[in-house]
Each structure stands twice: as structure tokens, then as C-alpha cells.
Ligand binder design. Structure first.
Ligand SMILES: CC(C)(COP(=O)(O)OP(=O)(O)OC[C@H]1O[C@@H](n2cnc3c(N)ncnc32)[C@H](O)[C@@H]1OP(=O)(O)O)[C@@H](O)C(=O)NCCC(=O)NCCS
Length: 412
């Protein structure tokens, strides 16, 4: 008997009142144990941070014991199509009520509600990599942390000059960043919308940050096209420090010009020995921009987007496939019966099929493949794709992988 069976099913419902939403956010912080202290949400403004109708609460004996919420937006698939996306966050269960199925009920309810409203995919960022596979989420993009030793970082002569860089004024900063981000939509798979709720949360969190945070923008006034947010580490030892480090927490450089301009600017900062780019795509050109490739070091690579496909047919039809040949994959989804089917895939399109499949995989594994960042051979090697026809594996590899590494670049 599993632990779940000892307890009644929690009642799941949408939280609506200001007080309930505050209680849910407090519960989330208690569940997360060690988040840095933050300010109190301003009175009467919870609707700025949480989208109406998308915050769920789980109740046992009338008491709120768990929560999850989501915001609506889009996610970019290989080829540039934007599909409706639920950005899932704030998953927490009171530590006194864990391991009795509360999150299972919440997540199942949320997935159904998202599918009902027409979302094609949902994604989240995971605090632990062991929780969400069981709900059909698969790792679909990775985030790379690059460390640059500024003393070795001489730019290659072919690197473009880039445009002007200036500091954003406090009074304009958030509106300006929001505008730059929304006006420069790239087709990188995995990119998601930064919703008004996301920006409101950023403003709110940073309003309480003590210590210096700098925001520099690239481009001519009125036509800015990139930005960087950075802060120094160890300010207590900064004055006479030997390894002065800045951490770039948000690097939005959608064009080669803005990328080069912002990198040039960061490398020109006096006093700085080390620049940590905390979250760039695996194919960021930065190391290739240096005459000494070892001037940039991959400090870590970690899972970023966990993707849950809610509607397999729409997701497959929306993304592009390149390469020759065709492959039939049998997908199994224990939650949504209509996703369990054999799909025939080629660069010409996707259809369901009654012929036997070459490859067989679960919904989480298809989520991992969907943005083109992992090869079928890797998942087959791990036993997570069952191969019925070995000749189909390289065909599927070519069809599913994508030349641009998937990356969202937005933590939520
Ligand atoms: C992670 C968390 C939400 C899980 O909630 P929960 O109500 O205890 O989960 P459930 O009881 O529904 O567990 C479902 C299954 O997941 C497993 N599981 C739950 N949390 C897990 C964890 N942290 N690591 C590994 N497995 C976990 C359970 O063992 C259970 O497995 P089973 O079905 O084989 O028995 C909860 O523990 C929590 O709030 N943790 C702290 C906050 C956090 O990490 N939030 C996630 C932010 S991304």
C-alpha cells in the first residue's frame, strides 16, 4: 500500500481572494525552506503577480496544504511556431503534509485545466530533478554557466564593434527592459514570453535587493535591442580584492550586434577579474569570440526547461522537422488518452498511423525531444526509447534535433 492510500484525496480548487493568494505564497515559501527573505506583497495587488483563475489550492479538512500556479503565454518550437504555453510555478506542499499525494492531485488537476483551456505545452523549472518525470515532464533545455577570466579575454579581431551601451536610469529601467524583450522576439526554440506577471514579480523582488545591481542597455536611444543586468559578488572584500567577480544574471542579446556590444562593454569594466554569465545557451558564441578559447570556462550545465506536452498532435504539427526519411513513433501518455498513438513524422508533416512503430517512448521523453536539444540515440542509449527498428534511429535523430540549442533564458 502506498503512503497515498492512508489519506483522503485533497479538494482542489482555484484560489481567488487576495487573502487566499497571500496564504498560498506564504505556504510556498514555507515549503521551499531556504529562499532568500523577500518583501511583503503590496496590499490589494496580488492580481498583479498571479494570473486570475490559474492559482490552485489543495485543501485537507478545510485547510490549505498545497498550491501551484501558472501564467499563460507562448513557447517557441523549432521552426519558430509559437504555441500556447502554461508557465508553471510556485509548487509547494506544507512540510507537515508531504508524501500523501497532495502534489499529485494538484499537478493532475492543473494539467487537465491547462489542456481544457487550449494550452499545447506546460513548462516549469524544477527544484529537484526527481519530482516531475512521473507527471510527464521531460528535460527539454539546458542552461550553461560560463565564467570568463577577463585577463585572458581578448576579443578576436573579427568580432563586430557593436553599438553604443548606456546605463538605464532607475525611472525607466523596467519599462525599457520589458519593451526591449517583447520587441525582439527570436526564434530560438524554448523561448517563452515574459508576461506582465513575470515583470511585476521582478520589480517587486528587486525593490528589496540591497547592494548594487547595474542595468546596461545596447543600441541607440529609442531603438535599444539588448540589455544586461549584473551585480558584484563579495562587496565586503571588493576594495582590495584579488578576485573581483561580477555575476550577469540576465543577458538578453538577441542580435550579433547587441551580443558583441554588451560583451565588449562587460570586458571593458575596470577592476573586474571574473565575469560569471549565469545562464546562457550551450551554443552561445562567447568562447569563440575570444582569441584564447580557455578565457571562457563552462562552470556548470544544468536542466532548465522541463516540458510537458499536453496535446501531442498539435505540438508535433506546429514544430518543424528537417532531414530525409520518415519515422513512426509510438507515444504513451498515462494521463491524456488521446496522446497515446503512433505518429508518422517526416519533414513534410505529421500524421497518425496504424502501422507498427519503429520507436516507442513515453510522453516525458517526447517532451525532451520536442525542442530539438537532445538526440534520440542518447535517450535510446539510456533505455528511454525502445528501438524496434535500428535503422530508424538515425532518421529520427536527424528529424528531431535542431541546429540552434533550445533555451528559455527566463527563470520563473
Ligand atoms: C516536492 C513537493 C511539491 C512534493 O509534494 P508531495 O505532496 O509530497 O508529493 P506527492 O505525495 O504527491 O508525491 C508524489 C510522488 O512523488 C515523490 N516525490 C515527492 N517529492 C519528491 C522529492 N522531493 N523527491 C523525490 N520524489 C518525490 C513521492 O515519493 C511520490 O512517489 P510515489 O507516487 O512513487 O509514492 C513537496 O515535497 C514540496 O513542497 N517540497 C518543497 C518545495 C519544492 O521543492 N517545490 C518544488 C518547486 S519546483
Amino acid at each position: 500500500m502506498s503512503a497515498h492510500e492512508n489519506h483522503g484525496e485533497p479538494e482542489i480548487r482555484v484560489l481567488g481572494t487576495e487573502q487566499e493568494l497571500r496564504q498560498a505564497m506564504a505556504l510556498f515559501r514555507t515549503a521551499m525552506v531556504g529562499l532568500p527573505p523577500g518583501p511583503d506583497y503590496p496590499e490589494g495587488r496580488m492580481g498583479d503577480y498571479l494570473e486570475e483563475g490559474r492559482t490552485l489550492g489543495a485543501f485537507l479538512d478545510g485547510a490549505l496544504v498545497g498550491t501551484v500556479d501558472a501564467t499563460s503565454g507562448f513557447l517557441v518550437l523549432p521552426g519558430g511556431a509559437r504555441v500556447p504555453h502554461a508557465g508553471v510555478t510556485h509548487i509547494g506542499v506544507l512540510p507537515t503534509h508531504t508524501r500523501r499525494g497532495v502534489v499529485t492531485s494538484l499537478v493532475r488537476h492543473q494539467l487537465r485545466a491547462a489542456q481544457d483551456r487550449g494550452d499545447v505545452v506546460a513548462s516549469l523549472r524544477a527544484s529537484e530533478a526527481t519530482i516531475y518525470g512521473r507527471f510527464g515532464y521531460g528535460i527539454a533545455s539546458m542552461s550553461t554557466t560560463l565564467e570568463v577570466d577577463t585577463h585572458r579575454a581578448v576579443l578576436h579581431p573579427n568580432v563586430t564593434e557593436g553599438g553604443p551601451v548606456r546605463f538605464a536610469q532607475d525611472s525607466e529601467v523596467w519599462d525599457l527592459l520589458e519593451r526591449i524583450y517583447s520587441e525582439h522576439a527570436t526564434d530560438r526554440p524554448g523561448r517563452i514570453e515574459r508576461t506582465s506577471y513575470w515583470w511585476a514579480s521582478q520589480r517587486f523582488r528587486f525593490s528589496a535587493v540591497s547592494g548594487p545591481v547595474y542595468v546596461a542597455v545596447h543600441g541607440n536611444a529609442g531603438a535599444e535591442d539588448g540589455f544586461v543586468r549584473y551585480r558584484p559578488e563579495n562587496t565586503g572584500e571588493w576594495f582590495g580584492g584579488r578576485e573581483r567577480t561580477i555575476v550577469v544574471s540576465d543577458f538578453f542579446a538577441p542580435t550579433a550586434e547587441s551580443h558583441a556590444g554588451l560583451v565588449r562593454f562587460l570586458l571593458s569594466l575596470d577592476l573586474v577579474d571574473r565575469i560569471v554569465f549565469d545562464g546562457v545557451p550551450a551554443d552561445d558564441p562567447l568562447p569563440w569570440m575570444l582569441t584564447d578559447h580557455r578565457g571562457a570556462r563552462v562552470a556548470s550545465v544544468s536542466d532548465e526547461t522541463w516540458l510537458r506536452i499536453l496535446d501531442v498532435r498539435r505540438a508535433l504539427e506546429a514544430r518543424s522537422f528537417v532531414g530525409a526519411g520518415r519515422v513512426r513513433i509510438a507515444v504513451t501518455d498515462p494521463v491524456f488518452a488521446e496522446n497515446t498513438a503512433v505518429f508518422e513524422i517526416s519533414a513534410d508533416g505529421v500524421s497518425t498511423s496504424s502501422d507498427p512503430a519503429h520507436l516507442e517512448l513515453g510522453i516525458a521523453e517526447l517532451g525532451s525531444l520536442m525542442l530539438g536539444g537532445v538526440g534520440c540515440h542518447a535517450l535510446a542509449g539510456a533505455g528511454r526509447i525502445t528501438v524496434h527498428d535500428g535503422a530508424a534511429l538515425p532518421v529520427a535523430d536527424a528529424l528531431f534535433t535542431w541546429p540552434v540549442a533550445p533555451f528559455a533564458g527566463t527563470m520563473f
